[in-house]
Design a protein around this ligand. Sequence first.
Ligand code: SF4
Ligand code: SF4
Length: 424
Amino acid sequence: MKVYTFPRGGLSFEDPTVPPRDAGVIAFLPALSVVPLIQHTGGKALPVVAAGDQVREGMLIAKAQGAGSANIHAPVPGSVVRLVSWEHNEGLVIRLGGGFEKLGKEEKAFPWEDLMPFALQQLIAEQGIVEMEGLGRPAAEILGSFRAAPEEPASLVVRCVFDDPWLAADYVLCRERLKAVVEGSAIVCRSVKINRIVYAVSHREKDLGGLFLKEAESYGVPASLALVGSRYPQRNRRELEMVLRNYEKHEGLNLGAFLIMGPATLAAVHDGVKLKKPILERYVAVGGSAVKTPQVMRVRIGTRLKDVFAECGGFTGEPQRIIIGSPLSGRRVTDLDEPVVKTSYAAAALLEHQGGGTVMRNCIGCGECRMVCPVELDPEFLFKGIKGAVPGTPQARECHGCGCCDLVCPSRIPLSAIIHDRRM
Ligand code: SF4
Ligand code: SF4
């Protein structure tokens, strides 16, 4: 089968400190959970419980308020201890206690096949389903705003592109919850009246693609497999759309508009609609050179990072950097009391040598950044232009923040952040 890749730039990289992709270890339930009121793009959800209240597993504890906001549910049963706040967020602290309503119980399935699109979107909103990566845009908003042009076909693209080894958690989820991902895809198709699915799968995981297609046969929605490259940033929207248009042309298809969703989001849609179960846990790849036993774990939302790392055997030495998400594109955190949220697909603790140093030096004009930019920008030129207010930096708008230039810069210049700031 032909493999579709974007034409230039990008990086292929391995990371031996990423956890093995063999299984998702179920993490211990945390004695104390910190459940943030912002786990999505919009404003904080409004708490509907207070200190002293008892909560059930999966119970609504904070209600979405306005655009970009999503409902929040109790990941564990217990009592609300207090409301805490930290930089840009607030959260409810829950002390574990009482019986579980979902864990270890037989799951009841609800038929969804005859529900109208609007009813499906409403269920997805009620269960607080968000895009399980990035900033966590509410899934119901993504579906509600998806519009193909009149008479134009549309395709759901299931993005299983593992161009960053830190996507190990999504890979394990695909293997362990394949049926949920496929049924979630069928639910999304019904909720926006899409009649084709394209599984975009990294070529190294061709067998996974075959399993998706086989499972998809049960749902009556035409599905096809596009094998794509594994070079970063293949999963970025721009690079993915580019290769899918080539695939469409080569295969003689008419795919129309693309609705792109990741496997974790689709599994969450399945749980929310078919099982009426909100997001209670996230597959997280926990690793990095400072972690004794890296592993992919199924972690309850609200579990603090210190508990997550402790369950991986703790640290081998003082971490220089702790990152939520991939070291390539994630967010640095300084407080191990920060909890896992719906979008936390990875948590990395890096020792000095892997941290790469933080001292920025002068540009040496090596040109490495130019070689890897997939958009054919000149990051050195843009960076110097921005610093010296030289005209020509409007090109910065084309930067999509993939971070390839940062990764190769021997002078440790945070090029993508500087260019991105100018883009805003
Ligand atoms: S300039 Fe932007 S698009 Fe180009 S490599 Fe850097 S971050 Fe990526
Ligand atoms: S990679 Fe860094 S040092 Fe090399 S030209 Fe680009 S900005 Fe300068």
